[in-house]
Write a protein that binds this ligand. Structure first.
Ligand code: MG
Ligand code: MG
Length: 265
C-alpha cells in the first residue's frame, strides 16, 4: 500500500532527510586514507543522536550499525569495520535517520584520495543516472519510467544495473511501497502521484549485473568483484513535479574545501 503524504508531513520529513545530508557532510569531513569505517560510524551515530534523531538502520532486521559502508566491489549493506580505507578506494556511505516519526535515507559514493579514471567515470555516470531517473518522477508517469530511464542511461555507458535491490517509498516506515527498481519498462508499474515520497537509488556495476551476499548475512558484492557505485536521493512529488528533499551540497562543499586546502599546502 502506498502512503501519500500531505504537505505538512513532507515538511516534517524534510528535516529528517536534511539531517542525513548533514551527517554525510560530517562523514565528508573525516573520510580519507587510513580512516576506518567503524570510526565514521561512531561519529555519525553520535551526531545523529545529538540532533534528536535515531539511526534507522541500527537494529533493522538486526543490522549492527548506523551507516552502511560499501567499499569497491561491495554494492550496498557493507558493515563498518576496523580496516583502514586505502587510497584509490571508492565507498558508498548510506545513512538513514528517524526523527519526528519520519525517515530520511540517502547515500553518496566517495573517492578515497586519487582513484582510477575508470572508477571516477563509474561514479559520475551513476550519479548522473540518479538525476536522469528523478526527472521522470512526475505525475502522469509511472515508476517504470524512472526505472527505464536509469537503465538506458547506464547501459548506454557500458555499465549494468543490479536487479536484486531497488529504491522504495519512504515515510513512517523505512521501506514503503512502491518499490523503485533501476531497470524496467517505461509505462509500467505504479502511477506517480502527488504526495509520493520516494528514495531513488541506482546501484550500478562496472562489470556484470550479478551480485552475491557475503557470509556476514548483509554485504552485497558484485559476483565478478568489479567495482560498484551507489547514489541515493529522497524526493517528494509536489505540484506534479519531483522535489529533491535531500542534498549533496553540504558534503560536496566540505570535499571542495578539503581538496583546496590540500592543494594549498
Ligand atoms: Mg539508503
Ligand atoms: Mg534506500
Amino acid at each position: 500500500m502506498i502512503y501519500y503524504k500531505t504537505r505538512e508531513e513532507i515538511e516534517i520529513q524534510r528535516h529528517s532527510v536534511l539531517l542525513v545530508s548533514r551527517t554525510l557532510a560530517l562523514v565528508a569531513e573525516h573520510i580519507g586514507p587510513g580512516v576506518t569505517t567503524l570510526f565514521l560510524d561512531r561519529i555519525a551515530e553520535e551526531f545523529i543522536r545529538d540532533h534528536g534523531g535515531v539511526p534507522s538502520f541500527k537494529g533493522y532486521h538486526g543490522f549492527p550499525a548506523t551507516l552502511c559502508t560499501s567499499v569497491n566491489e561491495q554494492v550496498v549493506h557493507g558493515i563498518p569495520n576496523n580496516l583502514p580505507l586505502r587510497e584509490g578506494d571508492i565507498i558508498s556511505v548510506d545513512c538513514g535517520i528517524l526523527k519526528n516519526g519520519f525517515h530520511g535515507d540517502h547515500a553518496y559514493s566517495f573517492q578515497i584520495g586519487e582513484v582510477s579514471p575508470a572508477k571516477k567515470r563509474l561514479l559520475e555516470i551513476t550519479k548522473e543516472s540518479l538525476y536522469v531517473g528523478i526527472a521522470q518522477a512526475k505525475t502522469g508517469n509511472r515508476i517504470g519510467d524512472i526505472a527505464s530511464a536509469i537503465q538506458n542511461y547506464v547501459q548506454k555507458h557500458g555499465y549494468s544495473v543490479v536487479r536484486e535491490l531497488t529504491g522504495h517509498g519512504l515515510g513512517r516506515d523505512l521501506h514503503e511501497d512502491p518499490s523503485v527498481p533501476n531497470f524496467g519498462k517505461s509505462g509500467q508499474g505504479a502511477m506517480i502521484k502527488e504526495g509520493m515520497v520516494l528514495a531513488i537509488e541506482p546501484m550500478i556495476n562496472m562489470g556484470k549485473k550479478y551480485v552475491k551476499q557475503l557470509s556476514d548475512g548483509w554485504t552485497i558484492v558484485t559476483a565478478d568483484r568489479m567495482p560498484s557505485a551507489h547514489f541515493e536521493h529522497d524526493i517528494a512529488i509536489i505540484d506534479g513535479k519531483p522535489e529533491i528533499l535531500s542534498t549533496f551540497e553540504y558534503l560536496e562543499e566540505v570535499l571542495a574545501k578539503r581538496s583546496s586546502t590540500v592543494q594549498a599546502v
